[in-house]
Write a protein that binds this ligand. Structure first.
Ligand code: EPZ
Length: 429
């Protein structure tokens, strides 16, 4: 297993290009199943997760061709014929987003058998909302031996679906199925994350009819077939936010490019409140903090978009470890998303985790140590801590980072971070 070693204390100065969003790319890839024509995705991040879903799509008969490198990457997906509608446990277990092939397979072929994704380290993460939505669209669903078998021999039918609470995955899944259903589907209490807007706009370019994009009510008039298109994946607001926090933590001046300032408004508000200087530019933001200036503690609560993203909670907690005062961080989306707290404590942070919240008392400095992460966003928070911890920090289990961050060491290294990858034996996953 690879690890990443960081020697803390160097400010960050320079420019970092933001990649395409993992959480949009994965759903756009699933959309390729809906048409027999090619879907060309540009600004495609090259990540372990996108590779992994590519493997599953190939197993279903989709031709996947990667072109380009170094930020100008594109991938062509061509599902001329679906040769299998079976997504086995091994290809779904490792990445929950693989489950989202169920709806498109069902919409295109009338049947599918897909493994249940199971839990993960950040919580139980059930898929009941996904299955309820598909059955309202007319699918007959059976659960057996860890698999979902779904059939709709006469095709899916439009329906009124009101989600009991907001779910990103269920909203996307219902939309992916409803675009080819007969009649009109209305999705109420839909999630409004920018990646959902990106998927809806790409589906529209493919010929789908969707009203209410970027609102919590989506009205979808089903069409009988979709065409291919060229689509540029939206910038990754979580990667952007992570680098913004890294710059604020290390001090210096970093320009984040190839992105949009409005994608991280909730984070910007909290960072500005803490004392960070953030200014929008034509293609992103500039983040500045004088390395001699100490930030102030502020409280955050994770919420659905446009609130503060759960995927930035670990990074923000890291920023608060050296701020002046006490910060209360509430996690409202997932039940077990504080695994980074004990690891940050190994670096000298003072964090007390209670029910659904963590209280962080700022300390003057962190100290390097070996640490280990259990999920993607927790891993990057430890790298960010390593940027200021005195001495060397090594972050183990880097395969978590590789799931969602493209060329992380290269991007931070180009701004002056002393960071290197230590290549270990073959990854265990
Ligand atoms: C997406 O997960 C993202 N993943 C997550 O990013 C992100 O943290 C999350 O949205 C929230 O923004 C992808 O897009 C691939 P949800 P998703 O359905 O769709 C519960 C990362 O690090 N729930 O909005 O799974 C669920 O357990 C990842 O990139 C049900 O109970 O999130 C959670 O508590 C981590 N039943 C809450 O809803 C369901 O059927 C919100 O989950 C579905 C969800």
């Amino acid at each position: 297993m690879d690890s990443i070693a960081i020697i803390g204390g160097s400010p960050l100065n320079g420019s970092i290009p933001i990649s395409g969003a993992k959480n949009s790319a994965l759903k756009l890839m699933a959309a390729s199943i809906l048409t027999d024509q090619p879907l060309r995705l540009t600004n495609m991040p090259r990540l372990a997760d996108t590779k992994f879903l590519g493997k599953l799509l190939r197993a279903l008969g989709v031709e996947v061709t990667e072109n380009g490198h170094g930020g100008e990457q594109e991938t062509l997906f061509h599902a001329a014929e679906i040769t299998s509608t079976f997504a086995p446990y091994d290809l779904v277990r490792q990445m929950r987003a693989s489950f989202n092939v169920l709806g498109p397979l069902l919409a295109r072929t009338g049947h599918a058998k897909v493994s249940l994704p199971g839990g993960c380290t950040i919580g139980a993460r059930p898929v009941d909302l996904h299955l309820d939505a598909l059955s309202r669209l007319g699918a007959a669903i059976e659960l057996e031996e860890g698999y979902v078998s779904a059939t709709a021999p006469k095709g899916l039918r439009g329906a009124e679906i009101e989600f009991p609470f907001v779910s990103v995955g269920a909203t996307e899944h219902a939309m992916l199925a409803a675009v080819l259903a007969e009649g009109t589907t209305v999705l109420r209490r839909a999630a409004m994350e920018p990646e959902i807007g990106d998927l809806a706009r790409c589906l529209t370019a493919m010929g789908a009819k969707i009203d209410g994009i970027d609102t919590d009510v989506l009205t979808i008039s089903g069409v009988s077939s979709l065409n291919g298109t060229d689509w540029s994946v939206i910038p990754d607001r979580i990667e952007m936010g992570s680098f913004a926090v890294a710059a604020a933590m290390a001090g210096g001046e970093v320009r984040l490019t190839k992105t949009r300032a409005d994608l991280m408004t909730a984070l910007t508000e909290k960072m500005v409140e803490a004392g960070v200087d953030i200014s929008p530019t034509g293609d992103g933001v500039v983040v500045r903090r004088d390395p001699g200036q100490r930030l102030k503690a502020v409280n955050v609560t994770t919420e659905v978009y446009p609130g503060f993203a759960t995927d930035l909670q670990a990074q923000f907690m890291t920023l608060m470890t050296t701020a002046e005062g006490e910060s209360v961080i509430r996690e409202n989306i997932f039940e077990n998303r504080f695994m980074h707290a004990p690891e940050l404590a190994r670096l000298g942070a003072d964090i007390h985790v209670g029910a659904g919240e963590a209280v962080v008392k700022g300390v003057p400095a962190l100290h390097g140590a070996p640490v280990m992460a259990t999920d993607l966003r927790a891993s990057v928070s430890l790298v960010i801590a390593g940027l200021v911890a005195e001495g060397e920090t090594t972050v183990g289990r880097v395969y978590h980072l590789d799931r969602g961050f493209e060329r992380l060491e290269e991007k931070l290294g180009a701004c002056g971070a002393r960071i290197r990858r230590i290549t270990g034996e073959a990854d265990e996953h």
